[in-house]
Ligand binder design. Structure first.
Ligand code: NAD
Length: 316
């Protein structure tokens, strides 16, 4: 039975990954300091092959057992979180990634880095293939996240090239689904919360900026295909169906049957104007394709988490 470490395993994506790996028969060690994650996300897990370790990965982490895979997801991920925790975001991307690559080396485990479409910044190439090097502002408020991930990618490739470590890098585009925090500031949970509460849905700018939203189950399936492949260079995973934020707001209002109106607010600094993955490599290397449509994914998200009124009532 393979053993996987999932850092950030009590977060949104990490908790879904833990569920998936357990269903695949893995032993799972979930390591998280609960900075932006929550025990609520993993409290449903009853599997005897699951262990939770409360640990800050900017400090070295050791484990006695054999390890086959290290999935390194730990990092604040929403702009609200990483702008609140700028130094921590840089530290977990640097020291944290060093620590986990070092562990993977000792254990001879395959290492997966959860990187991000933010490495492309406000892209000048559209859609973004993995060969595009990006247009990132290092000194803007988003720089702490974007540069931490770019550094983590450089570090991962250095461990691979110089130390012979078996690594892979997934560049994740906007992903949504159950267990997102309604107050985490990302577009879909914000719009869903506002629509379900009957409050105005707040779109930044004129809403013409575009994003591509992927459902979490599709992404996690892609993680598994990538980690079990022999690929080392970055692979984009995201839904190439691009839409404006205004279209997203309309979709959320339609799916929730809300009476909310749409209002407009100032655009945040360095908010990317367009974002759309080129998933040719994922298709060719992994045979991966998103399967869940936006309306279906929104419905599943509402059914699974937003029906819980307590989550709505408790900002955190
Ligand atoms: P999340 O905030 O829900 O999860 C991150 C987890 O990491 C949390 O549980 C948090 O407590 C943990 N963590 C943070 N710092 C830590 C530390 N020092 N030690 C131990 N644990 C720590 O965010 P998410 O959306 O699940 O994102 C997971 C990963 O995927 C992140 O690396 C993020 O950059 C990447 N990503 C996510 C998206 C997305 O759309 N959700 C897009 C691109 C990239």
């Amino acid at each position: 039975m393979p053993t996987s470490i999932v850092t950030g395993g009590a977060g949104f994506l990490g908790s879904h990954l833990c569920d998936f790996l357990l269903a695949e028969g893995h032993q799972v060690v979930c390591v998280d300091n609960l900075d932006t994650g929550s025990l609520q996300n993993i409290e449903h897990i009853r599997d005897s092959g699951f262990v939770f370790v409360n640990h800050d990965l900017t400090e070295p982490f050791q484990i006695e057992e054999r390890v086959d895979f290290v999935f390194h997801l730990a990092s604040p991920a929403s702009p609200i979180d990483y702008m609140r925790l700028p130094l921590h975001t840089l530290k977990v991307g640097s020291y944290g990634t060093h620590n986990m690559l070092g562990l993977a080396k000792v254990k001879r485990a395959r290492f997966l880095l959860a990187s991000t479409s933010e490495v492309y910044g406000d892209p000048q190439v559209h859609p973004q293939p993995e060969t595009y090097w990006g247009h990132v502002n290092p000194i803007g408020p988003r720089g702490v996240y974007d540069e931490a991930k770019r550094y983590a990618e450089a570090l991962t490739m250095a461990y691979h090239r110089q130390q012979g470590l078996d690594t892979c890098i997934v560049r994740i585009f906007n992903t949504y689904g159950p267990r997102m925090r309604p107050h985490d500031g990302r577009a879909i949970p914000t719009f869903l919360r506002q629509a379900l509460e009957g409050k105005p849905v707040t779109v930044f700018g004129d809403g013409s900026q575009t994003r591509s939203f992927g459902f979490v189950d599709d992404l996690i399936r892609g993680f598994f295909l990538l980690v079990t492949s022999g690929e080392h260079l970055p692979v984009n995973l995201g839904n190439p169906h691009e839409m404006s934020l205004l279209e997203l707001a309309e979709a959320v209002i339609r799916v929730t049957g809300s009476q909310s109106e749409i209002v407009y607010e100032a655009l945040p600094v360095d908010d990317p104007q367009v974002r759309q993955p080129d998933i040719t490599r994922a298709r060719q290397l992994l045979g991966w394709e998103p399967q869940v449509s936006l309306d279906e994914g929104l419905r599943r998200t509402v059914d699974a988490s937003w029906s819980d009124a307590a989550r709505l009532a408790a900002p955190r």
